[in-house]
Design a protein around this ligand. Sequence first.
Ligand code: SAM
Length: 281
Amino acid sequence: MNYRHIYHAGNFADVLKHAVLARLIEYLKLKDKPFRVIDTHAGIGLYDLSAEEAQKTGEWLGGIGRLMGADLPRNVAPLLAPYLDAVKALNATTNVMLYPGSPKLSRMLLRKEDRLSLMELHPEDYETLHANFEGDFQTRVTHLDGWLALNAHLPPKEKRGLILVDPPFEEPNEYKRLVDNFAKAWRKFPGGVYCLWYPLKNTAPIREFHEALFELEIPKMLGAELTVKGHREEGLTGSGLIVVNPPYTLKGELDILLPFLKERLAQDRFGLSRCWWVRGE
Ligand code: SAM
């Protein structure tokens, strides 16, 4: 396990993932009934961007750094507010130094009746995550393989849940593993809202991944992708999310949000965004 999210915290991929995560949580809060957020690959929860690792890559400068303090169009500002307000709450100025990973962001948005389950396998990152949530009775932190946890923790006892699956994609078969494990999880909890993250890279088997998802014959799968640089570039050129059982409002929101994020975050003239139904009703 070499992946450490501190090198990437707050980058363009985190912006898309966390903005959508916040929208999903806000939607779940519209009903009185409690829900649980399950984050199978949690990371350390909260990132100090002044740390040597984050400074070394400076990736957040091309992500959250391009949004904080920016003038937002009137139709975009309310969509980003839950996410950006959380980032602002951690920082005294628009110069972001503390960045909330998915665990901290989720926790900041939960009501007192909602719960958060976090899994992290990296021993050191687990310790940091655990320390970050010490004494928080709404949050359970487990040193466990997130893929196993996905199976073991479903369905949640609240019967309402949001499951974020955000693996590091260190293994070559990670796209297939994501499809297979999601399929198993969905069978145990078909009513859950799932948010699956995946990288866009020039060598990635994206077409096969989308086809494999389609072939699951699971209804209501929304895809959202944001590409920030040309497909021939090395490394991460963009990222995508598959949202299963999305709120009925999400497609319309993403049709506004994604073009804005593309304008703001594109690094060359090959920026692209799209939102489409991988499978409809
Ligand atoms: N979800 C986090 C966020 O948005 O702030 C970022 C998570 S990062 C992309 C992926 C994390 O998964 C890393 O911290 C890594 O140590 C952890 N990890 C890798 N394999 C794992 C596994 N099998 N089970 C649980 N965690 C794992």
